[in-house]
Design a binder for this molecule. Sequence first.
Ligand code: KIV
Length: 265
Amino acid sequence: MKKWTATRIQASKGRAKIACLTAADVAVARLLDDAGVPLILVGDSLGMTTLGYETTLPVTIEDMVHHSAAVVRGVKQALVIADMPFMSYQVSPAQALKNAGRLVQEAGADGVKIEGGTIRSRTVARLVSNGIPVLGHLGVTPQSVRAMGGYKVQGRKPDEAKMLLADAQALEAAGVFAIVLECIPEELAREITDSVGVPTIGIGAGRYCDGQILVTSDLLGIDSGVSTTFTKRYADLENVMAQAFRAYVSDVDTGVFPAQEHTFR
Ligand code: KIV
């Protein structure tokens, strides 16, 4: 199987749906890659799922380099996109280029994701013109949780919807290869999807996007402390893991483990 590139993801629009997932470590990355997931996002949601923060705001560029490198080591075919964390790109296009460069050069990521629309046009253009593929992100942009007053569905009001449509077009013009649409009404996601030439990747954005993305721990049923209604649980790993841990504690307690077959002579 050929390696996925940003160009190949972009060319999938209108041809095949794109199933994306997140990863923060090598073991999950390997499994996603083996399952044929074309785009793996090292999302800054790892701040909650892996590092135990309440929001993505404390995640640093060091955290993202560290986790992205681990994911890259587990992947042969998928496109690995690293999230640029809060305050690693907002200051200036030059700051963004320097930090995106670290994610590509030090971690081996294939590209980066940044949150925001028209306001990020110059930054996106700067990264793209320097050879770094960029995935856009509109709708609920968790790094703006303070300004949004929580994780609320965006684009319900006509003026908000109009702005999101303009944002998507601005990101396309700036050169993104695809756009994540998070928690917006399905009809708006459809309108955006129809009005841009790059794929839209939905999360809580309904059925008409060109692709979908979920946070892998949500799909696996491992509680990150954040409850979401738009996610689908494909497993109840939290209970499976808890049972295994309790069985191990009990086996050690009662002397069942280690048994003779686990012992060197
Ligand atoms: O950080 C993340 O995991 C994300 C996805 C929810 C798109 O941005």
